[in-house]
Design a protein around this ligand. Structure first.
Ligand code: NAD
Length: 263
């Protein structure tokens, strides 16, 4: 069955780029109005926002909320509720990465990764759940990672945040289960996005490798398919989770990682 989100609103954090942008487009393609969020050049963000409206005949608004700030995250949920009357789908997706041996890991990078990749999801869910409970329907999706299940060296903050979001997902799923609200996380393997591109020089330094070695022996070698996952594949899984057929899937951590975590 195709997911129909007509009349519903989806908020997607970190949707100015990569996987988040693919989620926003997928929800809009199913008829949802969307709240997009994230950083970038204002002209680029406006171009994407208006392209979503034109391509899918829905409404899209932009929230500049910084995922390190709890009050701005609450404002983002309030913007969706005020503009469209509800927030029915919340995707906690904003994320950053930093790669370094732990003894040199900058403390401010640890704090930022935990704030953006983990705490922002707590704040977003906390603000969105009352409305979902009142209306008796909701879908919460957290972008975790293969790193919510397995570790890699030099990614202490990222692996910790992603393991944390898997725990948050299960806890929230249990709390909201009787309100027809599901809460799941999706754990992609490597997707070629700015987040992955930016970690290549740091990985070259930490592992003493060339760029080609990092791509072949670290990124692609992690995945038995030896292929990158695409943002669109991840977004289609999220769209499925919003449909009626997925009503009994909750508290799950769904891998889409080319077999990485099967090993
Ligand atoms: P990306 O860099 O393309 O997108 C990240 C998004 O987060 C951007 O829109 C950015 O502006 C936004 N963002 C960053 N800091 C923010 C802040 N303080 N406030 C608001 N927005 C902020 O990266 P991506 O690969 O699309 O990552 C999206 C999610 O997918 C992340 O949670 C990431 O950990 C996860 N993920 C990515 C991969 C991968 O291989 N690319 C694999 C597994 C999981």
């Amino acid at each position: 069955m195709t997911t129909n989100l007509k009349g519903k609103t989806a908020v997607v954090t970190g949707s100015t780029s990569g996987i988040g942008l693919a989620y926003a487009r997928a929800f809009a393609s199913a008829g949802a109005n969307v709240v997009i969020n994230g950083f970038g050049a204002p002209a680029d963000i406006e171009k994407e926002r208006s392209a979503i409206e034109t391509d899918y005949k829905v409404k899209a608004v932009y929230s500049p909320a910084d995922m390190t700030k709890a009050t701005e995250i609450a404002d983002m949920i309030a913007l969706g509720e005020k503009t469209f009357g509800s927030v029915d789908v919340l995707v906690n997706n904003a994320g950053i990465q930093f790669v370094s041996p732990i003894e040199e890991f900058p403390i401010e990078k640890w704090d930022a990764i935990i704030a953006i990749n983990l705490s922002s999801a707590f704040h977003g869910i906390r603000a969105a759940v009352p409305g979902m409970k009142k209306r008796g329907w909701g879908r919460i999706i957290n972008t975790a990672s293969a790193h919510s299940l397995v570790a890699s060296p030099f990614k202490s903050a990222y692996v910790s945040a992603k393991h944390g979001i898997a725990g948050l997902t299960k806890t929230v799923a249990l709390e909201v289960a009787t309100f027809k609200i599901t809460c799941n996380c999706i754990s992609p393997g490597y997707v070629w996005t700015p987040l992955v591109e930016h970690q290549i020089p740091e990985t070259m330094k930490a592992r003493n490798m060339t760029k080609e070695q990092v791509i072949k022996d670290v990124l692609l070698d992690a995945q038995p398919t030896k292929e990158f996952v695409t943002s669109e594949q991840v977004a289609q899984l999220a769209l499925f989770l919003c449909g009626d057929d997925a009503a009994q899937i909750t508290g799950a951590n769904l891998s889409i990682d080319g077999g990485w975590t099967a090993e």
